[in-house]
Ligand binder design. Structure first.
Ligand code: PLP
Length: 485
């Protein structure tokens, strides 16, 4: 190789040296981030300022991206390992998963076809069987890994469209004279309604159903909703349920939805991207009773199973659905075969090259096991309940809904403050908390009200951190109220 930098790249001793240095820097970072030091959770910088820091170096000064570069990256990121990170549903991953992913990053196999990454497909196969068993699916179940829950939901809905169409929708495209509909919870993740549009069903196919006071789908409205859609000429093909929802972490009643789908011959899709960690827990498994009746199920390992992202599994109760969804000829990839080749992944996803996701999920399950992962899920769900109790005991603080998972929504709400002012106040409190670096917390809107939202992902976050959060919210809320009056 002519260029010195390129030729050095494959020098194993140089790689070893840089690898050791990298691990040392990251281990130091890990120690600080987990120590409840004064390190900000997020050192917030305005977007345009940060862009300037990442302008390309002068070619003469280019170094291999180590020390300075890694420190710059780490400093410019949100720190999920910090116990006061209580924001989005991103996880500080477990070491076994990180090591597996580092390994697969160097090997860099794209597992479109078996021959490119046999070990990954074999590991993927066993994880699919294992999770199928936890759900209670039979031997005919099958599935595939995708990069993320949004792609997983897309795969599930495509299978639904294919299975429920009375014509060859794959070849002919969606016909405008037979509009299809998907009944979705008012609280479903936006990827469901976005994907309905992506697969050509259009916005009118998304039939929203009201939620109850828990923010769960009103199953008593299912029949009426279906009939009203059909009166408008829309043929309902699928119901998409949450296990659990993104905003409040609420589980839909899967048993009732399954029974409705069975009676009406509809596809039953369960978006369990966040909440299917309960499959590992004896204590909370009951929240997904009825899951075994689902036609398609999405589970994100990179959310409640502490796996580096992106790492998602889509499972089908009847595995044949997974094969017919993308029944497309791609002769250069596959030799002609009548049998379903589980080991050629590209036959069953929209992605061609995929990372070796199966190995990473396998490493996490194999090393930590059901009990440890279940204990983690239980500890976060239990913590959410205790946090909810603390919120209810605080005067002037309001809980949106009793948590069913590790997601808790609450707001600063001193008595007598009008709604529009509460919304402004809570937005401002959140922004101050985030910009100060003390906490990372997000917000959500429910029925026109702004709530602060915590997803308790970090295994090190404890009651004292959450008590401190309530104290900080109160202090900032009181100060802002003074300022605004
Ligand atoms: C319920 C639910 N479904 C799907 C998704 C999308 O998953 P991903 O971010 O992996 O694409 C999310 C993300 O937060 C989610 O909460």
């Amino acid at each position: 190789m002519a260029d010195k930098r390129l030729s050095h790249t494959y020098d194993s001793e140089e790689f070893r040296r840089y690898g050791h240095e990298l691990i040392d820097i990251l281990a130091d970072y890990l120690r600080e981030a987990t120590s409840r030091s004064d390190m900000p959770v997020l050192d917030y910088r305005e977007p345009d300022d940060l862009v300037k820091e990442f302008e390309f170096d002068n070619p003469e000064n280019r170094e291999l991206p180590l020390d300075g570069f890694i420190r710059k990256v780490v400093a410019g990121m949100n720190h999920l390992h910090h116990p006061r990170f209580v924001g989005h549903q991103n996880t500080p991953p477990l070491t076994a998963g990180i090591i597996a992913q580092m390994c697969t990053t160097l090997l860099n196999n794209g597992v479109a076809v078996y021959e490119m990454g046999p070990a990954s497909m074999a590991a993927e196969r066993n994880v699919i069987r294992y999770i199928s068993g936890l759900i209670g699916f039979g031997r005919e179940a099958d599935g595939i890994f995708t990069h993320g829950g949004s792609a997983g939901n897309l795969t599930g809905l495509l299978a639904a469209r294919q299975a429920m169409s009375e014509y060859n929708v794959w070849e002919e495209g969606v016909r405008s004279d037979t509009p299809a509909g998907i009944i979705v919870s008012d609280q479903s993740h936006y990827s469901i309604s976005r994907n309905a549009r992506v697969i050509g069903l259009g916005g009118t196919s998304v039939i929203r159903i009201a939620n109850d006071s828990r923010y769960a789908m009103r199953t008593d409205l299912l029949e009426e909703t279906r009939r009203r859609a059909e009166d408008k000429g829309i043929k309902v093909i699928c119901v998409a349920a949450n296990a659990c929802s993104t905003a409040t972490g609420t589980y839909d009643n899967l048993e009732e939805i399954a029974a409705f789908c069975r009676e009406n011959r509809l596809w039953f899709h369960v978006d369990g991207a966040h909440g299917l960690g309960v499959l590992f827990s004896d204590k909370y498994r009951h929240l997904v009773k009825g899951l075994e009746h689902a036609d398609s199920v999405v589970l994100d390992f990179h959310k409640m199973l502490l796996t580096p992202g992106l790492n998602t599994m889509v499972l089908f109760r009847d595995g044949r659905r997974s094969y017919e969804t993308f029944a497309q000829k791609a002769g250069y990839l596959f030799e002609k075969h009548d049998s379903n080749e589980w080991y050629n992944g590209a036959k069953r996803t929209l992605e061609c090259t995929r990372s070796a996701l199966g190995i990473v999920a396998w490493a996490v399950i194999n090393y930590y096991g059901k009990e440890a992962l279940g204990k983690y899920v239980e500890s976060r769900y239990d913590l959410a309940l205790r946090f909810a109790g603390a919120i209810c005991r605080e005067k002037g603080m309001e809980l949106a809904v009793t948590p069913e998972s590790n997601i808790v929504c609450f707001r600063y709400a001193p008595e007598g403050t009008p709604t529009h002012k509460l919304n402004d106040l809570n937005r401002m409190i959140r922004k101050e908390l985030v910009h100060s670096g003390e906490f990372y917390i997000v917000q959500t809107e429910l029925d026109g009200n702004i709530w602060m939202r915590t997803a308790l992902m970090n295994a090190m976050t404890d009651d004292s951190d959450l008590q401190r959060l309530l104290g900080s919210v109160r202090k900032r809320g009181d100060e802002l109220t003074q300022l605004l009056t």
